[in-house]
Design a protein around this ligand. Structure first.
Ligand SMILES: Cc1cc2nc3c(=O)[nH]c(=O)nc-3n(C[C@H](O)[C@H](O)[C@H](O)COP(=O)(O)O)c2cc1C
Length: 403
């Protein structure tokens, strides 16, 4: 006869087997992660020629890791196209953040071109007939370019850090290093200490904006669509946000991965708490990227380029960074809903000149360790063969029919 102890032991074994099965399913038992291979491809220089530009571009930041891009590669350069379907809906009702992500990818391409030794010319929005053709990077002949840019090695090391940081002021030299980049037309960067009166106002307003977004069911549902809880989904989609990059410790992320996915509502509550208790109080610096018209497509691309550059500079200086875009997002949402522009007015208190509007907000600081990599679609998944053909034909015509 089976006794009580045997039944308990059997139930225990079944529970262990169940947990182990779930851990296996969620990729916690050491299997390789195909959705992270793009980082390795870049650092091991697996792409050659113009494809290397795409290898760097796909590692750029993008809102909710939507990766809203497609590329066409020819011998003479690379075209990058917006993919409007990779959208955040009510979180980004005018596609402003999508364009910022594309601007970051374009900036990475310009940096990556220096690793090829070929001079590069970037034309933003080169085709008035096709606004989704956001840039063309024209490459000169071999040995026509400058030496590899100092930031090229950091393209594969830049990761958004959502954890608890050390706080406190940064050395002046580090702050100076952050702002070391060429002028972006119509873009200004404002940095201020988290402990300063402006920093405190930023923290209060960002907390309020987070609460407003967390209470907006449509925004949370649109945000939730880009959360990849199941490893099987992450492996196929290779985009979106995951527990591993949410800022919690690896042990907590692993434990949470064993549980069923959170609802959009509980995600909102967690995010609000993390913003108020961790992101805002442990930052050293806050900052805003400003432009006179955030909805101008060209300006939105340049804002994204400026963020990519700032984050690369931060990485090179041993600092960590995280966008905190709740304020620009809720400002756009209030415009979409035709509500009184309460947040747009409140933000004036942070600005020296209210004619320059915030299009990107962030925090910078120091942490014990860098953040890990986020999912990425590899180069092979973002190339559009028909566009590539068009590019070759067009270049062939531009060159008078002969290469
Ligand atoms: C326009 C834009 C807005 C973003 N807003 C936020 C944000 O508000 N909070 C956040 O944690 N990350 C934000 N991010 C960072 C992205 O989520 C991140 O780039 C993406 O998940 C890929 O991860 P990685 O930057 O580590 O490669 C934003 C990025 C961009 C380009």
């Amino acid at each position: 006869m089976i006794n009580r102890r045997q039944i308990m032991a059997g139930a225990g074994a079944l529970a262990v087997a169940g947990v182990a099965g779930r851990a296996w399913q969620q990729g916690l038992l050491g299997s390789s992660h195909p959705a992270l291979a793009a980082w390795d491809d870049w650092s091991r220089q697996r792409q050659a020629g113009a494809l290397r530009l795409v290898g760097g571009a796909v590692l750029a930041a993008s809102p909710h890791n939507t990766q809203p891009w497609a590329f066409a590669v020819g011998r003479l350069g690379v075209d990058i196209f917006e993919v409007p379907g990779r959208a955040l809906g009510t979180m980004d009702p005018f596609g402003r953040e999508r364009l910022a992500g594309l601007g970051g990818a374009i900036h990475n391409m310009a940096l990556a071109s220096t690793a090829l030794g070929r001079a590069a010319r970037v034309r933003l929005l080169p085709d008035p007939q096709n606004p989704q053709h956001v840039a063309r990077v024209l490459l000169g002949p071999d040995n026509s370019g400058p030496a590899p840019h100092r930031l090229v090695p950091f393209i594969g090391q830049r990761h958004t850090h959502r954890g608890a940081w050390h706080g406190g002021a940064l050395a002046t030299a580090k702050v100076k290093a952050l702002l070391d980049f060429p002028a972006f037309p119509d873009v200004r960067v404002l940095l201020f200490e988290a402990a300063s009166p402006r920093g405190q106002r930023f923290a209060k307003l960002t907390g309020d904006a987070t609460a407003a977004i967390a209470g907006d069911a449509a925004m949370m549902a649109d945000s939730h669509r880009w959360f990849r809880h199941e490893r099987s989904v992450a492996d196929v989609q290779m985009d979106g946000l995951t527990l591993a990059t949410s800022g919690v410790s690896p042990w907590l992320a692993a434990g949470a991965a064993l549980l069923p996915a959170q609802s959009a509502d509980s995600e909102g509550r967690y995010w609000l708490a993390a913003t108020r208790d961790t992101h805002l109080p442990t930052a050293s610096l806050f900052g805003l990227i400003l432009t006179p018209d955030p909805h101008d497509r060209r300006a939105a691309l340049l804002v994204g380029g400026a963020w990519q550059r700032l984050h690369l500079n931060a990485t090179a200086a041993g600092l960590v960074a995280q966008p905190l875009n709740q304020l620009p997002e809720i400002i756009d949402r209030q415009v979409q809903l035709r509500q009184p522009p309460a947040f747009a007015r409140a933000v004036d208190a942070l600005l020296d000149d209210p004619a320059w509007r915030p299009s990107f907000a962030f925090r910078i600081g120091t942490a014990d360790a860098p953040a890990g990599p986020a999912l990425r679609r590899p180069v092979s998944d973002v190339l559009g063969p028909p566009a590539r053909l068009a590019w070759e034909v067009e270049q062939w015509r531009e060159a008078g029919g002969a290469f």
